[in-house]
Design a protein around this ligand. Structure first.
Ligand SMILES: C[S@@+](CC[C@H](N)C(=O)[O-])C[C@H]1O[C@@H](n2cnc3c(N)ncnc32)[C@H](O)[C@@H]1O
Length: 279
């Protein structure tokens, strides 16, 4: 079952496509035992923080996200000290946010300062979105929330502990093949195939995840299956995915989502969970 929100460690970032609400449904399909837990699209890492595995490999191609995990693992006290200096104020927020408009100066920021900026912005920006424009500039407006928690010290320390058992990789999902062995559990939660041309599931970073990428991911799924890994993959419930993975076990998951392009209306929507036959 999903752990309560007071449990630590829990995700440090609110992340688009985060799997927290789906954990009870995903948990039903998890294997009872596995070697290393591998997440090639870790994002906010909801399943990783739920499982707290003894050995893990976490991969993502978003450099700011990966830097957050590395800094929490390697210098959590420096990060906490930096987080404590932030203030929830619009002018201050835009000053921090717009630091990436001057790439030369931004390069001079330390890893701790960058991680602190990412966590702070994630907590105080509108809806906790991560969105960058074509130039890679973070462009989410100030959220104007009352008392957002951007220095959750207890959780940062607990996350630091669980990350000691994790190898953290900045790279593309194919790199999971450098680590995966028979008996390992690989959970793949890629940017989803869009259900309509207006729905964008591809703007987490500057790279988009197109049909070619979905097919390359399918090849990785097949290779992991051949190696004897236990593989689970989330994606949209759509003909393209149902057809691509038709040789595997496909379960239906119900998610609550914004169901129109404005995002104001929410409803239940089907997703797939593809599994190879591991148990
Ligand atoms: C749907 S999110 C994962 C959400 C995550 N499961 C959670 O619970 O928060 C997809 C992630 O894939 C990452 N990503 C996109 N393209 C990628 C690629 N080619 N290789 C690795 N990661 C990628 C994005 O940066 C994003 O963090």
């Amino acid at each position: 079952m999903a752990k309560s929100s007071s449990d630590v460690p829990r995700p440090v970032l609110k992340w688009a496509g985060g799997k927290r609400q789906l954990l009870p449904q995903l948990a039903k399909y998890l294997p009872t035992s596995y070697g290393t837990f591998i997440e090639p699209f870790v994002g906010g890492g909801a399943l990783f923080f739920h499982l707290r595995p003894g050995r893990a490999v976490l991969i993502d191609n978003n450099p700011e996200l990966v830097n957050v995990y590395r800094v929490i693992k390697e210098d959590v006290n420096g990060l906490i000290a930096s987080l404590k200096k932030h203030v929830n104020d619009s002018a201050y927020y835009y000053g921090i946010r717009n630091a990436d408009r001057d790439p030369g100066a931004f390069k001079g920021w330390s890893d701790v300062e960058r991680a602190s900026r990412t966590i702070f912005m994630n907590r105080v920006c509108f809806n906790g979105l991560y969105r960058v424009n074509k130039k890679g500039e973070f462009n989410v407006p100030f959220g104007d929330y009352k008392d957002p928690v951007f220095c959750d010290e207890g959780n940062q320390l607990a996350v630091n502990q669980v990350l000691q058992k994790a190898t953290i990789i900045l790279g593309s999902f194919e790199q999971c093949l450098d680590f995966a062995k028979k008996g390992d559990l690989v959970y793949m939660d890629p940017p989803y195939v869009p259900l309509s041309t207006t729905a964008s599931f591809t703007s987490y970073t500057r790279d988009c995840f197109d049909v070619t990428a979905q097919k390359a991911l399918f090849s990785v799924f097949q290779e992991l299956d051949d190696r004897g890994c236990k593989v689970m993959l989330s994606n949209s419930y759509c003909d393209f995915i149902l057809d691509l993975y038709k040789g595997y076990r496909i379960e239906t998951i119900m998610a609550i989502r914004a169901i129109n392009c404005v995002g104001a209306k929410r409803g239940k929507i089907k997703e797939v969970l593809v599994l190879n036959r591991f148990e």
